[in-house]
Design a protein around this ligand. Structure first.
Ligand SMILES: [Zn+2]
Ligand SMILES: [Zn+2]
Length: 237
């Protein structure tokens, strides 16, 4: 099946995510734009995924629970989990690996946990944009233990990307997919890093504002429109 998907976006739970990026608004917007599937990937947390998943179920959009994890090396990686319950368990684990730094909403932005409407259930006290103590080498096996899949985010960006931090890819990381921004010119990267030729390449919006959400572009060839089909695709199964 051809599935139109955006696998990287932030809700109002990310301090840098706009307060209008409620699960309700972003799921409705994705549906309006014509997506079949989205993944909600807040920084180092999955606490808004259950609400987004429920809204998706109601309106017929597959919402995959995810997270943009910041590794110990300050490399952003998108993690995708099979369902919101597993995502909450993964999120609780990642929380234990974050430094005990409190959010300062007036500096970094609010971190809102929302219900399926637009009601604020809680605000996350721990600053979510710090680096976890999880090493990038340990990430693929860790996420697989939770039944999920992961890929390094925005490889063509000058900060918080695997290539900006290490300068190269190596097979021991076990990544089977990689993300580029929608604007990236891919051929030079494929020439410089031949390992990429064996990997699934995805491009996502990384939207933090409703107006950053993009029209669907290249569809993913998935066997069906489920989180499991997406995870198997990213894992190269
Ligand atoms: Zn990022
Ligand atoms: Zn992001």
């Amino acid at each position: 099946m051809e599935i139109y998907a955006d696998l990287h976006m932030h809700s109002c739970l990310s301090p840098c995510g706009d307060n209008d990026m409620t699960p309700y608004n972003l799921v409705q917007m994705a549906k309006l734009l014509g997506y079949d599937m989205i993944a909600l990937t807040d920084h180092n947390t999955c606490r808004n995924c259950k609400s987004a998943e429920k809204i998706g179920n109601e309106i017929g959009l597959t919402v995959v629970s995810g997270m943009e994890l910041c590794t110990a090396e300050e490399i952003h990686c998108v993690c995708l989990l099979p369902n919101s319950d597993t995502a909450e368990a993964f999120s609780a684990y990642v929380r234990t690996t974050l430094p005990p730094v409190e959010n300062q909403p007036e500096i970094f932005g609010e971190q809102r946990v929302m219900d399926c409407g637009d009601t604020i259930l809680d605000t996350e006290p721990l600053l979510l944009t710090t680096a976890s103590s999880i090493s990038v080498d340990a990430l693929v096996p860790l996420v697989k233990k939770f039944g999920g899949a992961c890929f390094p985010a925005h490889l063509d960006r000058a900060s918080y990307s695997l290539l900006s931090v290490f300068g190269f890819l190596y097979p021991e990381l076990q990544f089977t997919a990689a993300e580029f921004t929608p604007q990236a010119d891919l051929p030079p990267y494929l020439d410089a890093h031949p390992l990429l030729r064996e990997m699934r390449i995805v491009r996502n919006s990384d939207a933090h504002y409703l107006e950053n959400m993009l029209e669907p572009n290249e569809p993913l060839p998935l066997r069906d429109c489920s989180a499991q089909a997406l995870i198997d695709y990213i894992n190269g199964v």
